[in-house]
Design a protein around this ligand. Structure first.
Ligand code: G3I
Length: 363
């Protein structure tokens, strides 16, 4: 890690582009540890083939989330068949490195294998959901830090009065699909933290506010029904073109914590689709958004886990999205991550380092 080990300045094995940028001494995970926080990252197997990726993540993080390998679409090639191969490989890597593993995810109304919709009925859906969660969670019991038990329960664009995200589980089981999923996960591994992973709640505009209200209403019902949810994950796919509202965000976090639940950040990155200008200008807007967000949420959370979704811009997920929210007018690739596509550190990395230093080291 010594930045001065060679004549080229490096940070955690990555050459630094400009000597003036080398204003850090410690990896992210060590910056998080004074406040008892694990700092994690998402990756799929492909990422580990890229030179420099493994060095960077093993230096910087102590928690791994498989980006796709634990989803239904990966684990369930056919109704009666499981494929645990890729997920097992990521788990074995994490164990060798002494990293915790955050599982993503056990139940989602999208991202499912094509066969699911054609077999699911109101009569058999509970059995499919329970059997899947029991099989997956039992297999990894004792090895997982946490699970996104239900992913993205709120989706305003479905235009339902309750704001719920539509899809096969909601259609067949109603909102009770969430109860079923959490009870099955708790039975199969009582020790892994059980998370309801929510999105679109982070910004200061009316859309985020409406999502926050729908999320709070749902969480209130789940707590009243004694559903064994333990934590709320804020995905935190931020948008550099949309403002934050500190009071609204921290009020939301405090509202969740007042119901006895933990709050964590599960998928942090920054969309720069609406930011024009030079690369440096775009990178600054992204870096500022990372720093502003972390300095708002970390003090308000019961900080235990902070997970970065995009480590590098290389093949980032935003470039593959069809929706206008992720379409850049200039057609260029997004600059959403901590490192650029050549795995060089960007301003985003330094702003996260500063934010963690301020909150955890000096806080
Ligand atoms: O890599 C291939 C590329 O070779 C191919 O040309 C291209 C054609 O579509 O696909 C590329 O892979 C895509 C991959 O994203 C790129 O990162 C897959 O099709 C696409 O399905 C995949 O999407 C994933 C998405 O979830 C759906 O499962 C993203 O990797 C993943 O980052 C994203 O993660 C979600 C979380 O699970 C839930 N929260 C939101 C988050 C971001 O959308």
């Amino acid at each position: 890690m010594g930045a001065l080990a060679t004549s080229t300045l490096t940070y955690c094995g990555i050459p630094l582009p400009h000597a003036a940028s080398a204003r850090t001494t410690q990896p992210l995970r060590l910056l998080g540890s004074p406040c008892g926080m694990r700092v994690g990252f998402a990756a799929n197997l492909e990422h580990f083939r890229w030179p420099g990726f493994t060095d960077f993540v093993t230096s910087n993080f102590d928690l791994l989330t498989p980006e796709g390998e634990m989803k239904w679409s990966a684990l369930r090639p056919a109704p009666n068949r499981f494929d645990f191969g890729p997920a097992d490989q990521l788990l074995a890597f994490s164990q060798r490195q002494g990293m915790a593993v955050h599982g993503h995810n056990l139940c989602w109304n999208t991202g499912n294998p094509d066969w699911l919709k054609s077999v699911l009925t109101p009569r058999n859906a509970e059995r499919y959901l329970t059997d899947h969660i029991t099989a997956v969670v039992s297999r990894y019991a004792g090895k997982m830090d946490s699970w996104d038990v239900v992913n993205e329960p709120i989706g305003l664009w479905f235009n339902r009065a309750d704001g719920l995200y539509g899809g096969p589980w909601l259609d067949t089981l109603g909102v009770g699909y969430i109860d079923i999923a959490f009870h099955a996960a708790a039975a199969a591994d009582p020790k892994a933290l059980r998370i309801l992973n929510i999105h679109n709640v982070e910004h200061g505009d009316a859309y985020s506010e409406k999502s926050r209200q729908a999320a709070l209403a749902l969480i209130t019902q789940l707590v009243a029904r004694k559903v064994p949810v333990q934590a709320i994950g804020l995905e935190s796919h931020l948008d550099a073109g949309r403002a934050l509202d500190a009071a609204a965000l921290t009020g939301f976090i405090e509202g969740i914590r007042s119901m006895g639940l933990e709050v964590l950040v599960t998928e942090l990155d920054v969309n720069d689709s609406q930011i024009s200008g030079t690369l440096a200008e775009r990178d600054k807007a992204v870096a500022d958004m990372y720093a502003a967000y972390l300095s708002m949420v970390l003090p308000a959370m019961n900080i235990q886990r902070l997970i970065f979704w995009s480590v590098t811009d290389k093949m980032n997920w935003m470039d593959y999205m069809k929706d206008n929210r992720w379409r850049r007018a200039d057609g260029l690739s997004h600059r959403c991550a901590l490192l650029d596509a050549n795995l060089n550190p960007k301003a985003a990395l330094y702003s996260c380092i500063s934010a963690l230093q301020q909150v955890c080291t000096q806080g």
